[in-house]
Design a protein around this ligand. Sequence first.
Ligand SMILES: [Zn+2]
Ligand SMILES: [Zn+2]
Length: 249
Amino acid sequence: MAKQEQIYQIPVNDAFSQKEHCPLCVLRKELEDNFIDFYLGPSLMEADHRLVTNKKGFCHKHLLKLYDSQKNRLGLGLMLHTHLLDLGPDVEKILEASTPKDEKRKLFSKESDWKTNLQKAAQHIADRAQSCTICDRIEETMNRYREVIFYQYVYDEDFRRTLQTGQGFCLDHLAYLVEGASLYLKRDQAKLFMEDLYRIHKPILDTLAGDVEWFTLKFDYRNQDAPWKNAKDALPRAIHRISGDDLHE
Ligand SMILES: [Zn+2]
Ligand SMILES: [Zn+2]
């Protein structure tokens, strides 16, 4: 493994050694918290970072997190101001393209194209609203983590055993790892990895379905006095398994 990659090993190993949450959700959450602090902190004064935040801005979720953290409202204000100076004119120009100010009224200049033009305009506005500095940074680093996970899965027996005896992954990250297996493993390695994923997830998913069913059956008056077994927290467990573990934020 390249030296540069070694710095990713520690967080990866820490996340895999806890057994409570999806390890990749743990890694993602850590990155998210760090980036929220970073963009409200030192990066504000750095021109390079401001160029990026001016252009990309932040998605809905991360704007709310930046706002809710209440760490630096002035900083958030400064960042949003220069982002709006970039965003505003861009959106205005699109809307303007149907008015007399745009002599050709570009959006409607050809009889046949106006629907496609509106769809393109919609897409452009949506892209600008959703583009996110923090999501992109998280994705970049998660990809590094994923490479390290597969490297260690192949070369580090202890890590492989930790993964094999763990609680598996939420479905989002299961998909992410299945995709990763296609990118980083040879065919025979990928076969074994997929076997491991099956062995881990099959009993978990079966049990979960049973627990959720028992949760619903407990509402039947005939089961009123029956024990809850493992069903009490079946709904949050099912939600985390299906859609990721936001670690109760
Ligand atoms: Zn996850
Ligand atoms: Zn985001």
